[in-house]
Design a protein around this ligand. Structure first.
Ligand code: H2U
Ligand code: ZN
Length: 336
């Protein structure tokens, strides 16, 4: 790679979202003050006050069953409701559209004290299979199925019990809509998926690869915004989680476990993040769409020092100091 990119301010292009990120590597040359503090967290395997633990009562009065691996329920405070409002509003520049959908909560494990990183690979397999079956079900009725996990208080997660969410909607939300357009345009121009071309480049360079196995590659994208932002994608063209074969599910569970342990080891803390899957829309043609997961962790220098997306970022453009190459190197050298 051009050596200047490691030293001088520059902007990098994100071809998936079609936007720039400002990179200021000279600022990251400050000595690393990463207090590798270990925040002792101890939680019981079962918490009688947790609304996600097996056998407990939720806020709406329903009781969770005595589940053994994963458990899915309708979000009692769903952001989307199945019945569209049948109301369109347009008055000059003010425009509103009806929105319908379904929201579900996915408990990853009956164990209150475990995170995906702590779980055995075979339990992570169950989580992936649950994502697949929910997607198969919701995808029959909705246009976009967003599988995601918000982890950690700093990410606004309300409960440490390992869980994620699924929001399905009768529209393709703004960010996936931009990815859809970018991937389709690239495919029409080059007859190859954008992210397959990007992956080939990343593998050839190797600088930003964090981990890889037979089927999957975990990397810091060239255009990453968050300090330790990563992307996980299959080596072969796969449009949807539904097309991930059983052997690939197993190797996905393994690379996820290793990657999440790297994250935890980085600052000696259960690493907070928002992550989610971007698979092809369920009912809209999506030429060249490549399945991928994004991880957006907020931490910058330690368990407590987070990157703030404020000021310049809010008003002008995303910006980072640590280069994606440095982030990948730190993640690689941190034991998985
Ligand atoms: P987060 O902490 O990631 O936001 O997930 C918790 C979700 O669980 C949240 O969306 C739902 C909230 O609406 N919830 C229930 O569905 N039932 C409950 O009894 C409490 C919380
Ligand atoms: Zn719990």
């Amino acid at each position: 790679m051009d050596a200047d990119l490691a030293h001088l301010p520059h902007r990098r292009w994100n071809p998936l979202l079609r936007e720039w990120v400002l990179v200021s590597p000279h600022r990251a040359k400050r000595p690393w003050l990463g207090a590798e503090e270990t925040v002792a967290e101890s939680r019981p395997a079962y918490d009688p006050d947790c609304y996600l633990c097996p056998g407990n009562q939720r806020v709406n009065g329903d009781w969770n069953p005595d589940y053994k691996d994963t458990y899915v329920f309708h979000n009692d405070f769903s952001a989307l409701l199945p019945e569209p409002s049948h109301h369109r509003f347009e008055e000059g520049l003010m425009r509103a559209e009806p929105a319908a959908g379904e929201c579900r909560v996915v408990c990853f494990s009956p164990r209150h004290d475990q995170t995906l990183a702590d779980m055995e690979a075979e339990s992570i397999v169950r989580v992936i299979e649950t994502w697949q079956s929910e997607l198969a079900d919701l995808g029959q009725r909705w246009d976009w199925v967003q599988v995601f996990e918000n982890k950690g208080e700093v990410m606004g997660c309300s409960n440490p019990h390992p869980h994620g969410q699924i929001w399905a909607s009768d529209f393709i939300p703004s960010l996936p809509a931009r990815e859809l357009e970018a991937q389709a345009d690239h495919f029409h121009a080059h007859r190859r998926p954008l992210l397959m071309d990007s992956l080939a480049q990343e593998l050839a360079s190797g600088e930003r690869i964090v981990d890889q196995n037979e089927h999957w590659v975990w990397l810091v994208p060239f255009w990453a915004v968050w300090p330790f932002e990563t992307m996980l994608l299959p080596r072969r063209p796969i449009a949807s989680l539904l097309d991930v074969a059983p052997a690939e599910v197993e190797s996905l569970a393994e690379i996820m476990k290793a990657g999440l342990r790297r994250y935890d080891a980085l600052f000696g803390v259960s690493f907070p993040y928002s992550m989610g899957w971007h698979g092809a829309p369920t009912r809209t043609p999506a030429p060249g769409w490549q399945l991928h997961a994004h991880w957006f962790p907020p931490l910058l220098r330690s368990a407590t020092v987070k990157k703030f997306m404020v000021g310049y970022e809010m008003l002008a453009e995303s910006q980072r100091d640590l280069t994606p190459e440095q982030a990948a190197e730190r993640l690689r050298s941190t034991g998985g």
